[in-house]
Design a protein around this ligand. Structure first.
Ligand code: ADP
Ligand code: ADP
Length: 237
Protein backbone atom coordinates (compact mmCIF):
# COMPACT_ATOMS: atom_id res chain seq x y z
CA UNK A 1 0.00 0.00 0.00
CA UNK A 2 0.95 3.62 -0.56
CA UNK A 3 -0.82 5.72 2.08
CA UNK A 4 -1.04 9.50 1.72
CA UNK A 5 -1.20 10.10 5.46
CA UNK A 6 0.33 7.85 8.11
CA UNK A 7 -0.58 8.43 11.74
CA UNK A 8 1.44 6.63 14.42
CA UNK A 9 0.87 6.54 18.16
CA UNK A 10 -1.00 9.85 18.14
CA UNK A 11 -2.04 11.27 21.51
CA UNK A 12 -3.75 14.64 21.72
CA UNK A 13 -4.40 16.80 24.78
CA UNK A 14 -6.50 19.85 25.59
CA UNK A 15 -4.59 20.96 28.67
CA UNK A 16 -4.45 17.86 30.85
CA UNK A 17 -7.45 16.21 29.13
CA UNK A 18 -6.52 13.52 26.65
CA UNK A 19 -8.89 13.72 23.64
CA UNK A 20 -7.14 11.14 21.41
CA UNK A 21 -5.23 8.10 22.61
CA UNK A 22 -2.69 6.01 20.73
CA UNK A 23 -4.20 6.38 17.26
CA UNK A 24 -2.55 4.39 14.45
CA UNK A 25 -4.12 4.95 11.05
CA UNK A 26 -3.11 5.05 7.39
CA UNK A 27 -5.20 6.80 4.77
CA UNK A 28 -5.27 5.07 1.36
CA UNK A 29 -4.54 7.26 -1.66
CA UNK A 30 -7.44 8.48 -3.83
CA UNK A 31 -10.01 6.90 -1.56
CA UNK A 32 -12.72 8.34 0.65
CA UNK A 33 -12.33 7.54 4.35
CA UNK A 34 -15.22 8.35 6.69
CA UNK A 35 -14.56 9.14 10.36
CA UNK A 36 -17.58 8.22 12.43
CA UNK A 37 -18.49 7.87 16.10
CA UNK A 38 -20.60 9.57 18.77
CA UNK A 39 -20.41 13.30 19.47
CA UNK A 40 -17.32 14.15 21.53
CA UNK A 41 -15.33 11.03 20.53
CA UNK A 42 -12.56 13.11 18.93
CA UNK A 43 -13.35 13.16 15.20
CA UNK A 44 -13.00 16.92 14.71
CA UNK A 45 -9.92 17.02 16.92
CA UNK A 46 -8.35 14.29 14.81
CA UNK A 47 -9.19 16.12 11.56
CA UNK A 48 -7.64 19.31 12.92
CA UNK A 49 -4.43 17.42 13.73
CA UNK A 50 -4.00 16.75 10.01
CA UNK A 51 -3.70 20.41 9.00
CA UNK A 52 -2.64 21.78 12.38
CA UNK A 53 -5.79 23.75 12.93
CA UNK A 54 -5.48 22.75 16.60
CA UNK A 55 -2.46 25.07 16.77
CA UNK A 56 -4.95 27.93 16.99
CA UNK A 57 -6.37 26.54 20.26
CA UNK A 58 -4.37 27.46 23.39
CA UNK A 59 -3.00 24.75 25.64
CA UNK A 60 -3.10 21.87 23.16
CA UNK A 61 -0.37 19.26 22.82
CA UNK A 62 0.32 16.51 20.30
CA UNK A 63 2.44 13.36 20.72
CA UNK A 64 3.32 10.80 18.10
CA UNK A 65 3.84 11.07 14.38
CA UNK A 66 1.67 12.29 11.51
CA UNK A 67 3.21 12.08 8.05
CA UNK A 68 1.88 13.52 4.78
CA UNK A 69 3.57 11.75 1.88
CA UNK A 70 6.51 11.18 4.18
CA UNK A 71 6.69 14.73 5.58
CA UNK A 72 6.25 15.14 9.35
CA UNK A 73 3.19 17.36 9.85
CA UNK A 74 4.22 18.29 13.40
CA UNK A 75 7.75 19.37 12.52
CA UNK A 76 8.53 22.62 14.39
CA UNK A 77 9.86 24.35 11.28
CA UNK A 78 6.99 23.27 9.01
CA UNK A 79 5.42 25.92 6.75
CA UNK A 80 1.84 25.71 8.07
CA UNK A 81 0.44 27.83 5.21
CA UNK A 82 1.91 25.38 2.72
CA UNK A 83 0.54 22.45 4.76
CA UNK A 84 -2.96 23.94 4.56
CA UNK A 85 -2.62 24.25 0.79
CA UNK A 86 -1.67 20.57 0.60
CA UNK A 87 -4.40 19.54 3.06
CA UNK A 88 -7.51 21.53 2.15
CA UNK A 89 -10.47 21.80 4.49
CA UNK A 90 -14.19 22.17 3.95
CA UNK A 91 -16.16 23.07 7.07
CA UNK A 92 -19.60 22.16 8.36
CA UNK A 93 -20.92 25.65 7.67
CA UNK A 94 -19.58 26.97 4.41
CA UNK A 95 -17.68 30.15 4.97
CA UNK A 96 -17.42 32.20 1.80
CA UNK A 97 -15.85 35.63 2.23
CA UNK A 98 -18.01 38.69 1.48
CA UNK A 99 -16.30 38.98 -1.87
CA UNK A 100 -16.98 37.92 -5.44
CA UNK A 101 -17.35 34.28 -6.43
CA UNK A 102 -14.11 34.64 -8.42
CA UNK A 103 -12.14 36.01 -5.47
CA UNK A 104 -13.43 33.24 -3.21
CA UNK A 105 -12.17 30.56 -5.58
CA UNK A 106 -8.74 32.13 -6.18
CA UNK A 107 -8.18 33.03 -2.51
CA UNK A 108 -5.59 30.31 -1.88
CA UNK A 109 -3.83 31.07 -5.17
CA UNK A 110 -3.43 34.71 -4.17
CA UNK A 111 -1.91 33.59 -0.87
CA UNK A 112 0.47 31.44 -2.92
CA UNK A 113 1.51 34.62 -4.77
CA UNK A 114 -0.08 33.85 -8.14
CA UNK A 115 -1.01 37.13 -9.88
CA UNK A 116 -1.29 36.28 -13.57
CA UNK A 117 -4.92 37.07 -14.58
CA UNK A 118 -5.03 34.33 -17.19
CA UNK A 119 -3.75 31.69 -14.79
CA UNK A 120 -6.21 32.82 -12.12
CA UNK A 121 -9.14 32.81 -14.56
CA UNK A 122 -8.27 29.42 -16.03
CA UNK A 123 -7.76 27.81 -12.66
CA UNK A 124 -10.97 29.37 -11.34
CA UNK A 125 -12.94 27.83 -14.21
CA UNK A 126 -11.28 24.45 -13.77
CA UNK A 127 -11.95 24.41 -10.01
CA UNK A 128 -15.58 25.47 -10.46
CA UNK A 129 -16.04 22.76 -13.08
CA UNK A 130 -14.44 20.27 -10.69
CA UNK A 131 -16.91 21.32 -8.00
CA UNK A 132 -19.84 20.98 -10.43
CA UNK A 133 -20.66 24.67 -10.11
CA UNK A 134 -19.38 26.26 -13.33
CA UNK A 135 -22.62 26.25 -15.31
CA UNK A 136 -24.52 27.76 -12.39
CA UNK A 137 -22.13 30.66 -11.74
CA UNK A 138 -20.18 31.35 -14.93
CA UNK A 139 -22.29 34.43 -15.73
CA UNK A 140 -21.92 35.94 -12.27
CA UNK A 141 -18.32 35.37 -11.26
CA UNK A 142 -18.06 39.04 -10.27
CA UNK A 143 -21.10 38.97 -8.02
CA UNK A 144 -20.91 38.39 -4.28
CA UNK A 145 -20.59 34.79 -3.13
CA UNK A 146 -23.06 35.60 -0.37
CA UNK A 147 -25.88 35.48 -2.95
CA UNK A 148 -25.41 31.74 -3.50
CA UNK A 149 -27.63 29.07 -1.94
CA UNK A 150 -26.27 26.99 0.95
CA UNK A 151 -25.54 24.04 -1.31
CA UNK A 152 -23.81 26.26 -3.86
CA UNK A 153 -21.72 27.88 -1.12
CA UNK A 154 -20.58 24.47 0.07
CA UNK A 155 -19.52 23.54 -3.48
CA UNK A 156 -17.80 26.95 -3.77
CA UNK A 157 -15.72 26.07 -0.71
CA UNK A 158 -14.84 22.76 -2.36
CA UNK A 159 -13.79 24.71 -5.49
CA UNK A 160 -11.63 26.98 -3.32
CA UNK A 161 -9.94 23.92 -1.80
CA UNK A 162 -9.22 22.19 -5.11
CA UNK A 163 -8.03 25.39 -6.88
CA UNK A 164 -4.65 25.06 -5.13
CA UNK A 165 -4.23 21.40 -6.07
CA UNK A 166 -4.22 19.79 -2.62
CA UNK A 167 -3.17 16.22 -1.87
CA UNK A 168 -5.91 15.69 0.70
CA UNK A 169 -9.31 17.27 1.29
CA UNK A 170 -10.72 17.21 4.83
CA UNK A 171 -14.48 17.61 5.19
CA UNK A 172 -16.03 18.20 8.62
CA UNK A 173 -19.73 17.31 8.40
CA UNK A 174 -19.99 19.02 4.99
CA UNK A 175 -23.68 18.21 4.53
CA UNK A 176 -25.08 18.71 8.03
CA UNK A 177 -26.41 22.19 7.20
CA UNK A 178 -27.77 21.21 3.77
CA UNK A 179 -31.18 20.10 2.53
CA UNK A 180 -31.51 16.56 1.08
CA UNK A 181 -31.15 17.67 -2.54
CA UNK A 182 -27.95 19.67 -1.90
CA UNK A 183 -26.66 16.80 0.25
CA UNK A 184 -27.16 14.37 -2.63
CA UNK A 185 -25.33 16.78 -4.96
CA UNK A 186 -22.33 17.07 -2.58
CA UNK A 187 -22.25 13.28 -2.07
CA UNK A 188 -22.19 12.80 -5.83
CA UNK A 189 -19.36 15.34 -6.03
CA UNK A 190 -17.36 13.46 -3.39
CA UNK A 191 -17.66 10.37 -5.60
CA UNK A 192 -16.17 12.32 -8.51
CA UNK A 193 -13.41 13.99 -6.47
CA UNK A 194 -12.02 10.66 -5.27
CA UNK A 195 -10.64 10.10 -8.79
CA UNK A 196 -8.06 12.82 -8.07
CA UNK A 197 -7.96 13.44 -4.34
CA UNK A 198 -7.73 11.63 -1.06
CA UNK A 199 -10.79 12.60 0.98
CA UNK A 200 -11.33 12.32 4.71
CA UNK A 201 -14.87 13.09 5.79
CA UNK A 202 -16.29 13.40 9.29
CA UNK A 203 -19.95 12.53 9.42
CA UNK A 204 -22.40 11.66 12.18
CA UNK A 205 -24.59 10.03 9.56
CA UNK A 206 -23.90 6.29 9.20
CA UNK A 207 -25.97 6.04 6.02
CA UNK A 208 -23.91 8.81 4.50
CA UNK A 209 -20.68 7.07 5.51
CA UNK A 210 -21.95 3.88 3.88
CA UNK A 211 -22.90 5.77 0.69
CA UNK A 212 -19.80 7.87 0.13
CA UNK A 213 -16.82 6.14 1.70
CA UNK A 214 -14.44 3.39 0.65
CA UNK A 215 -13.00 3.02 4.17
CA UNK A 216 -14.46 3.77 7.56
CA UNK A 217 -12.74 4.61 10.85
CA UNK A 218 -14.88 4.28 14.00
CA UNK A 219 -13.84 6.44 16.94
CA UNK A 220 -15.08 6.01 20.50
CA UNK A 221 -13.99 8.09 23.50
CA UNK A 222 -10.72 9.16 21.90
CA UNK A 223 -9.83 5.69 20.63
CA UNK A 224 -9.85 4.31 17.10
CA UNK A 225 -11.89 1.14 17.64
CA UNK A 226 -12.22 -0.11 14.09
CA UNK A 227 -10.85 0.63 10.63
CA UNK A 228 -11.59 -1.18 7.42
CA UNK A 229 -13.36 -1.34 4.09
CA UNK A 230 -16.77 0.29 4.47
CA UNK A 231 -18.55 -2.54 2.63
CA UNK A 232 -17.15 -5.12 5.02
CA UNK A 233 -17.69 -3.12 8.21
CA UNK A 234 -21.29 -2.27 7.38
CA UNK A 235 -22.13 -5.86 6.44
CA UNK A 236 -21.17 -7.19 9.86
CA UNK A 237 -24.13 -8.56 11.87
P1 ADP B 1 -18.96 19.27 17.12
O1 ADP B 1 -19.44 18.07 17.89
O2 ADP B 1 -19.68 19.47 15.82
O3 ADP B 1 -17.47 19.34 17.00
P2 ADP B 1 -19.17 20.94 19.45
O4 ADP B 1 -20.41 21.69 19.85
O5 ADP B 1 -18.69 19.75 20.21
O6 ADP B 1 -19.39 20.60 17.91
O7 ADP B 1 -17.95 21.95 19.38
C1 ADP B 1 -18.08 23.23 18.81
C2 ADP B 1 -16.79 24.00 19.06
O8 ADP B 1 -16.51 24.07 20.47
C3 ADP B 1 -15.57 23.31 18.43
O9 ADP B 1 -14.72 24.29 17.87
C4 ADP B 1 -14.88 22.62 19.60
O10 ADP B 1 -13.47 22.55 19.40
C5 ADP B 1 -15.22 23.51 20.77
N1 ADP B 1 -15.34 22.70 22.01
C6 ADP B 1 -15.93 21.50 22.15
N2 ADP B 1 -15.80 21.05 23.40
C7 ADP B 1 -15.13 22.01 24.10
C8 ADP B 1 -14.70 22.12 25.45
N3 ADP B 1 -14.89 21.15 26.35
N4 ADP B 1 -14.05 23.24 25.79
C9 ADP B 1 -13.83 24.21 24.90
N5 ADP B 1 -14.21 24.16 23.60
C10 ADP B 1 -14.86 23.06 23.19
P1 ADP C 1 -16.31 15.09 17.85
O1 ADP C 1 -15.80 15.86 16.66
O2 ADP C 1 -16.21 13.61 17.67
O3 ADP C 1 -17.67 15.52 18.28
P2 ADP C 1 -14.36 16.64 19.30
O4 ADP C 1 -13.05 16.38 18.63
O5 ADP C 1 -15.06 17.91 19.00
O6 ADP C 1 -15.32 15.39 19.07
O7 ADP C 1 -14.13 16.57 20.87
C1 ADP C 1 -13.38 15.54 21.51
C2 ADP C 1 -13.25 15.87 22.99
O8 ADP C 1 -12.41 17.01 23.14
C3 ADP C 1 -14.57 16.23 23.68
O9 ADP C 1 -14.51 15.75 24.98
C4 ADP C 1 -14.57 17.74 23.62
O10 ADP C 1 -15.35 18.29 24.66
C5 ADP C 1 -13.11 18.07 23.78
N1 ADP C 1 -12.77 19.34 23.11
C6 ADP C 1 -13.01 19.65 21.80
N2 ADP C 1 -12.57 20.88 21.51
C7 ADP C 1 -12.05 21.37 22.67
C8 ADP C 1 -11.43 22.59 23.03
N3 ADP C 1 -11.26 23.59 22.14
N4 ADP C 1 -11.00 22.74 24.30
C9 ADP C 1 -11.16 21.75 25.20
N5 ADP C 1 -11.72 20.58 24.93
C10 ADP C 1 -12.16 20.37 23.68
Amino acid sequence: TDPVIEVEKLNFYYGSTEALHNIDLQFPRRQVTALIGPSGCGKSTFLRCLNRMNDMIDGTRVEGSLRLNGMEINAANLDVIELRRRVGMVFQKSNPFPKTIFENVVYGMRIAGIRDRTVLAETCEKALRGAGLWDEVKDRLNQSALGLSGGQMQRLCIARAIAVNPEVILMDEPCSALDPKSTARVEELIGELRENYTIIIVTHNMQQAARVSDYTAFFFEGLLVEFGLTNQLFMKP
